[in-house]
Structure formats: C-alpha cells, structure tokens
Design a protein around this ligand. Structure first.
Ligand code: MG
Length: 418
C-alpha cells in the first residue's frame, strides 16, 4: 500500500536544443521515481512563464495530491482571480500535462488509453513547406511526398514576408514569374520583416494553380493566411481558392475580426481552420457552435493543457468540427507527445502539424514519437511516454530573445500582425 501521494516539487527546465527556447515542467512526488513532465512553452515570453511557475504555481501545488487533476486545474486557474492569457495558461499546462503523465504512470497505461483508447492505428501528419517561387515550393513538396507525406502546408516567401533584402529578391522573382509587383518602400525603411498583403494575396491562387497543374489532386494542400490580410481580402481568397480544393485555409482572419467568418462562410465552401492564438473559451465557443470553422487549431499549452483540450475536442465533436492542434517548432517534444495522445484517442481528430526534430532534441528528450511515411506512432509506455535528460538540457541554454519574424511591417513601414 502506497503512502498518500503528494507533490514535493515543481521544477521548470528551460532548454533550446533545436535553437528555439522551450519550457518543460517537472512535477516531482514523494513516491520514489514518480514524476511527470509537461510543456509550458511560450517562446516569446519564456522567462515570464518560468516566474509564474516558480513564484505562484509551485507554492500553490506543493503538498497537494497529484492524482486530483481536474480539481487542481480548476483551483489553480482561479487562484489569481484574474485568469487565462498565454502566460498563465502555459504555466497551468506545464502542470496539467505533468499530472496526466503521473496518472498514466500510476495506472501503468499510456495516456491515450486513459483518454478512452486508440481511435486509429497511426496519426496522419502534415508538414510545412515554403519556397521563393512556385517552382521551389513544388520541388519541396515532391521531396516530402517521397518521404511519404500526404498532407503539406504550402507557403511562398515564408508567410509572404521577408527581411528587406530578401523582400527585394522575392519581389524580383515574383515580378518575373507572375507579373505581381510588391509595393516599393519609402526611401528609408524601419528594421523589420516586410510584407505586402496585396501582392501576397494575388500570389496565392497562382501558387495553387501551378501546384495542382504539376502535382494533381492526389495530395492534400493547406495554406496559412496567418491573419495577415484585410478581412474582405480573406473572403475573396477563400472563394478564389475553391477550385484548388484545399484541405483547409488557416487563420483567414485575426481573432479580433472573427465576425467576418459569417461573411466568409456565406460565400465559400473552402474549409477553414482557426484557433492557434486563442486562449479563452469565449474565443472558440461561438466559432464551433455557429459552425463557422471546420478545424479547431488551438495550441494545447496556450489554452491550459490536456484538461481543457479534451473538453474543447468534445464540444467540437458534437458540432462536426475536427481537431488540428498547432504543432510548430516552438513546442517541446513533451507538448508534441501530448498532442499525439489526444490525436490517437479523439474520434474527431482531423490532422496533426508536425515539425521535424534535430538530433539534439532527440538526445535531450528520450522517447520522442516515431515518425514513418507521414504517420506518427506512439509507444505503449505509461503516461506521455517521454522523458528529459536534465544534464543534456542544461547544455542548450535559452536566450530569451524575441524572434525576428514577429517584427512584421507593411511596405510603407507600418507595424503589422506577424
Ligand atoms: Mg498558423
């Protein structure tokens, strides 16, 4: 008979083995060798999350029973009175995932089994690709198809933005290839990542026209607008892209402009995915219950972890909305594992974004999921099935800087959404 389980320590591990700052939470217990891991990565504000965990979450949690996941989530969430937001939600997620990891280890079951068991045999993944022009994008897609991928997100010129020098290069290539001329900038330019929404929005249908002509319809394409155009331009884009049969169009409007989805929906049947910026139930509930999106794309740690994600997935299921959890490079392998356990156990899973991991990530995080021919496979190890080598993690310190891609500007120098 085990003595009563208690949380003894909440530890924050910052590491950047892939060159991107990651935050992992380790919840330790009074049972020998029993601990859990969770992802609390908010790259752009990594030290703020660390402080939230060390100064507020740790004292709140120490001494509590780690098996009471729902109670801890609810009470921790309201413990600051003001709640939600990406910093507190990521802190909460680090704890929540770690508690589910502990629960699985106690039960001797992988997390997907605790969540109801496998709904499928493998998890289909999509990969991101980019290129300076449509030929480069085509070549990159062909390489991914060779690797076995059946879903690809296709962008051109990053998300359509570039540093000033790159912008000139891309402008020249676009002008030559497509007769699309991005606007000239004023005589001196503020530093930033420049982006011309009008040239971008004209280039996208031409990209997909090229890709469908060259590659046919035997592969699924995704495109991310990244909320970078005026809402009416997004409505137009969704209409114009219909013949190219996208798997989905991502973030066509900003969270502040969600009511435009009513207009978009009335005019286009291009499937829509949204949600990677969401932090609050009031943001996703109306889109799901009013059938304004087809895929919910939240970042699991930014909404507070596995506990809220499974509720969001159930709400989505009964409204015919499928999941497409955000899976960029700024998520730890622990967060990737959490995504995949949800994916495997949800009947309304849609697709999973996957960003390849380098050797250093694999060595710091033993037990990363297996990827083969466009599918992810989970082991049947208990809990999340992934570990961290803290000595190796310490060899890759975080730098805490602000990524340059967030410093977006329009051609005339106006600050813009990245
Ligand atoms: Mg996106």
């Amino acid at each position: 008979m085990m003595s009563q389980i208690k949380i003894t320590k909440v530890k924050v591990i910052l590491t950047a083995p892939g060159g991107i700052d990651l935050a992992v939470v380790k919840v330790e217990t009074n049972q020998p060798g029993l601990y859990g891991l969770g992802c609390a990565t908010f790259t752009q504000r990594i030290f703020a999350v660390k402080t939230a965990l060390e100064d507020y979450m740790a004292p709140f949690l120490e001494g509590k029973d780690p098996t009471r996941i729902e109670d801890i989530w609810q009470s921790a969430c309201v413990s600051g009175y003001w709640r939600n937001g990406p910093i507190m939600n990521n802190a909460l997620s680090g704890v929540d995932m770690a508690l589910w990891d502990i629960k699985g280890k106690l039960a001797g079951l992988p997390l997907y089994d605790l969540l109801g068991g496998k709904c499928r045999d493998g998890i289909p993944l999509y990969r991101h690709t980019d290129g300076g022009d449509e030929h480069e994008v085509e070549d990159n897609i062909r390489a991914l198809m060779e690797e076995g991928y059946q879903y690809v997100r296709c962008q051109m010129g990053m998300y359509g933005g570039a540093g000033t020098e790159d912008l000139k290069l891309i402008a020249t290539r676009l002008a030559r290839a497509k007769n699309i001329q991005p606007k000239r900038s004023p005589r001196s330019s503020t530093a930033g990542v420049y982006f011309d929404p009008d040239a971008y929005v004209r280039s996208v249908p031409r990209l997909f026209d090229h890709l469908r002509n060259k590659l046919g319809f035997g592969i699924e394409f995704i495109h991310d607008v990244h909320e970078r155009v005026a809402p009416i331009a997004a409505v137009n884009l969704a209409k114009v892209l219909e013949p190219y049969s996208l798997f989905y169009l991502e973030d066509p409007v900003a969270p502040e402009n969600m009511e435009w989805l009513n207009t978009l929906r009335a005019q286009s049947s291009t499937p829509i995915a949204m949600g990677e910026l969401f932090t609050h139930v009031n943001e996703w509930r109306p889109l799901i219950t009013r059938h304004l999106i087809d895929y919910i794309r939240c970042h699991v740690s930014t909404i507070g972890g596995i506990t809220p994600a499974k509720k969001l997935a159930t709400l989505s299921e009964i409204h015919g909305v499928r999941t497409a959890w955000h899976g960029p490079g700024d998520i730890s392998p622990v967060g990737v594992a959490a995504n995949l356990h949800l994916d495997l156990s949800l009947s309304n899973f849609g697709i999973q974004e996957y960003t390849p991991m380098n050797e250093a990530l694999h060595s710091v995080f033993p037990g990363c999921p297996e990827i083969d021919r466009g599918y992810a496979y989970l082991s049947d190890r208990p809990g999340l099935g992934i570990d961290i080598d803290e000595d190796k993690a310490a060899q890759f310190p975080c730098n805490g800087g602000i990524p340059s891609w967030t410093l977006a500007r329009l051609p005339d120098g106006t600050a813009a959404r990245p």
